[in-house]
Design a protein around this ligand. Sequence first.
Ligand code: ADE
Length: 258
Amino acid sequence: MRLDLLTLFPEMFAGVLGSSILKRAAEPLKDPATGNVRPPVVEYHLANLRDHTTNKHQKVDQPPYGGGPGMVIQSQVVWDAVHAVEAQDPRPATRVVMTPQGKPLTHAIVEQLARKPRLMLIAGHYEGFDERVLDALRDEPAGLEEISIGDYVLSGGELPAMVLLDAVVRLIPGALGTQASAHDESFSSELGGLLDYPHYTRPRTWQGRDVPDVLLSGDHAKINAWRLEQARQRTADRRPDLLGQPAAIGRSTITVLR
Ligand code: ADE
């Protein structure tokens, strides 16, 4: 996947793209067991919106018509940046603008985006973008998605873009390496959209608290049944709203858990 990040603050992405899973996903990775090398599964391209201004001072924003606080990012710079970046690669981009007015992000949306050949995330700042550029981008064949990461307002779309890209990249096959997998975790289809079950590791007793006996039984059918029941109970206690959703009904494949 090619990931294009359009922002006024590209430096904000350095830590996230240069660490952990997101970093490894962009590098060839050798499987220590087989010696096989998988090629990078993602390439990141950062673009500074300011590089697409045509005025001497590289100004990107103006006060809002009608008055009010803050500044609004002008249409032309966003339009030019999107089309210049798109022209760098023939793969069609799925364009997403991060905004608190967007569709709330869910695991189902993340799964869909992880299958795309190219994703363009556009991060705004200040009071957002002139509405006309969003309308114009939406009216093109490539369209435009608007996504929110929750009902609160951050000072810009950069952190939301990082949240979305982390969630997407870890689902691309091969991103997590050969050992780890994104299966059987909260919201996954393997867990039928439920919250994850509890996990335990050594020691068997810690501060007087024991690991549940069933996990030491070696009986995998029993373990799977117990985990699914735990996932159901947790979801009912903590997020009953999820139980009514289609993903939580009948799609569980927990019986094939290792
Ligand atoms: N920009 C500012 N706040 C945001 C949010 N909650 N989601 C997406 N983009 C945003």
